[in-house]
Design a protein. Sequence first.
Lengths: 568, 219
Amino acid sequence: MLSTVLEFALILGLMTGLAVLMGKWLTRVFTGTRHALPERCTYRLLGIDPLETMGWARYGSALLLSNAAMMLLGYIILRMQAVMPINPLGLVAQTPDLAFNTAASFITNTNWQAYSGETSLSNFSQMAVITFLMFVGATSGVVAAAGFIRGLSRSSSADIGNFWVDFTRILYRVMLPLCVTMALVYVWQGMPQTFASQALATTLEGAQQQLIVGAVASFESIKHIGTNGGGFFSMNAAHPFENPTPLTNALHILSMLLIPSALTYTFGSMLLQRRQGWVFFGTFLVMFIGFLALVYGAEQNGNPLLTQAGANQALSIEQSGGNMEGKELRFGIADSSLFIATTTAATTGSVNAMHDSLTPMGGFVPLAQMMLNCVFGGDGVGFINLIQYALLTVFLVGMMIGRSPEFLGKKVEAGEIKLVMLSVLAHPISILGFTALAALWPDTMASLNNLGPHGFSEVLYAYTSGTANNGSAFAGLNANTPFFNTTIGLAMLVGRFFTMLPMLAVAGSLAMKKTVPAGAGTIPTATPLFMVLVVFVVLVVGGLTFLPALALGPLVEQLQLLSGQTYN
Amino acid sequence: MTTQSIFKGLLRPVLVSAVFFMALTGLAYPIFTTFAAQLLFPFQAQGSLIEREGRVIGSTLIGQHFTKPEYFHGRPSMTLGADPQDPGKSVSQPYNSGSSGASNLGPTSQKLMDQVAARVKAYRQDNGLAANAQVPVDAVTASASGLDPHISVANARIQLARVARLRQMPEAELLQLVNEHTAARTLDLLGEPRVNVLQLNLALDALLASRQPSVAASE
């Protein structure tokens, strides 16, 4: 128990230190004026002028169109997999609905996988489609944050930066160097990194064993640094080749939190308001610790039905105990819980334990964090989501005490609040609307692996994960059907672009405004009180929106578990 | 700003960036990393394969299915494989490293509770435990990957009596071997204490073979 608390404290302490280092680095990337040689060559190849300044509409269009072209390229390669090189196992192309789902999933930084990596993708597709889209999807998120923060920091200006410069720099100065370094650390710890597709072995008892290998380490590093989350193998970061040791598990967790936490520091640096950055960091952290405690408590406490069946779930010096169904022994309860809380906070969606087999309250945590979507959040977009709630807080508090709402010295007016509301509402409409549709769809029952409230949770989880661009799953659900592939694919696109684009518009609109000095009527936003207010607004808005759906899933399941009710 | 000026000149960078960044991040990056990894850590980069008498017998990281009572047994595995009678169908094939998988059964699933109850019964029988003995949870629940190479210390210590009896060796000596193959938490903090089943069984074979070379050769 003590070692668990110390472990959590160590990881969160390291995260805080890395947030400062990475935050400083990102500030330099976002604000630097010099272009390195490889960058200048890239600009020439793309045919763009690095000195051009863009308004939010042009910046957003470039982001949207380049993402569309990349998604299309990925789709084409997946459809032509059978004739592409490096396919020694002779895997066939994905079907149109599955290839759409896969391409949409990886460009939106979701990494939902309706396929199984070992049996559906050649090593060429794993590299040229999946690794590629993981890089550009994550980079696009950070680019959006760069434009967004720049917009907030400017006054009386239409300019929020140059999309191509931001994209190239973030890729060259942040993503690629970090990923190469981390990949080599991962190989040292045991992840395969080879052009071979398999290794054959004869086991100790004489059975044939086919070990699937490939470029796993280079995949894992971008997967976590980019808060992507799709697995090379079907069982993702639970697979010993994707996550061989407790050390790689800790590095995965720190990688996922790296950029989302650092952006709060970058924000503080670029606005010359360090305290404000720390207030947002604190907002993230407070919510995170609450959810972590909840999932750890529930999983360590275990499942009373397992005890009835004769399993000993007590924590002792010889075993970690707890609900070990769908968990790996090297991680036990503590490392699995920390990973669960992190992957759904940072909307990565990789898993080192099967979320479908979590206890009801353990499964409540990933669902709730994805529904709130701003506990750290994904690379770039998590920070944007938090600012969306901060604007809402300023507005609500301003209304309550009759002051005109201001944020960072800018007047917040009807136009911005309308855009914020569009973004706040797109999220639940997609989650709840699609879940309702699936609940009515006649074939849904055939896709469920569990019945009763847990079956409903499987469907709710799928659309929450898709819309929040998380990608983890209650994986018992068979989502590889035309209906689920299409609707979850749409949910991912709505969740990505209906929050990112309105918020870029907000930044563009705030950038145009004059900064006014804080007066007696200004609500200070760089205070612990404001932090508490933001947390409160997030929980109230999220609670009002999603509690009815959660009551039908994990909450009623918890009550049934306590009364011993099971489902066949 | 007019619509025309928003989109002006975007076509070329949009198309070129898709192809160029695909080549850079999707091909150059993994290829470069592979060469570097093969150079620096060739053993790990291939999949940490272990050989005995010149034959690959597995990977230190991937669990194997042990059924013989004289070996330590790993955790239950829910991986599937193609049915040899009918390749279109999947049947249970524990520790199939070609297709990782878990049960994905929820906490109120009767199927899961029936499976666990059956495993508890078999575990008690295999290890000569009392009919109401509580057994370590890792021994009766399926892992996430279906390829978990480890068991808990509690689980290994219970199986120890059975293995020692069948291998005709003193329990104290086997306990020492188990202890040698128990990995502690990293930095005393990360992960859980654990026993690698394949490596323990290999060491057990090697220890006994060094005493009775003729028996080992005939196996």
